[in-house]
Design a protein around this ligand. Structure first.
Ligand SMILES: *[C@@H]1O[C@H](CO)[C@@H](O)[C@H](O)[C@H]1NC(C)=O
Length: 118
């Protein structure tokens, strides 16, 4: 069993902004696919970041981010982990973290964060 926990957080000048994540706690069987969405309605926030904190770690590790319509992954070794989404356009923002086949190493707390572009 692999336990994935999700949180949303907001950085920048975003008082009153709600960021929603589609699941808060998932227990998965190894090998299953998982896709978690992170959404908010601040239409001029062009960046969403996804972080992972593994049980043994005290720091948040940046998995990758979406800037407008461009996805950047920090760790290109784990091909099973992807971020998808397009933040361009003046609509509500929606990105997702996809793990094609969860493994024990994916047991972690995941955070998504929304930010204005700089
Ligand atoms: C986010 O996008 C997915 C499709 O990629 C859709 O199923 C989901 O409903 C969207 N979430 C919101 C809150 O719009």
């Amino acid at each position: 069993m692999i336990n994935l926990i999700f949180f949303c957080l907001i950085t920048g000048f975003a008082l009153g902004l709600d960021v929603h994540q589609s699941h808060s706690d998932l227990i998965m069987d190894s090998g299953k696919k998982v896709q978690i969405f992170c959404t908010h309605e601040k239409t001029d926030f062009w960046i969403m970041l996804w972080y992972q904190r593994s049980p043994a770690d005290t720091v948040l590790k940046l998995i990758g981010h979406v800037n407008t319509n461009d996805v950047t992954m920090e760790d290109k070794n784990d091909k099973n982990v992807k971020i998808s989404g397009d933040l361009s356009g003046n609509t509500a923002k929606n990105t997702s973290l996809i793990i094609d086949a969860v493994e024990q190493k994916h047991t972690a707390v995941y955070y998504c964060a929304a930010r204005e572009a700089h």
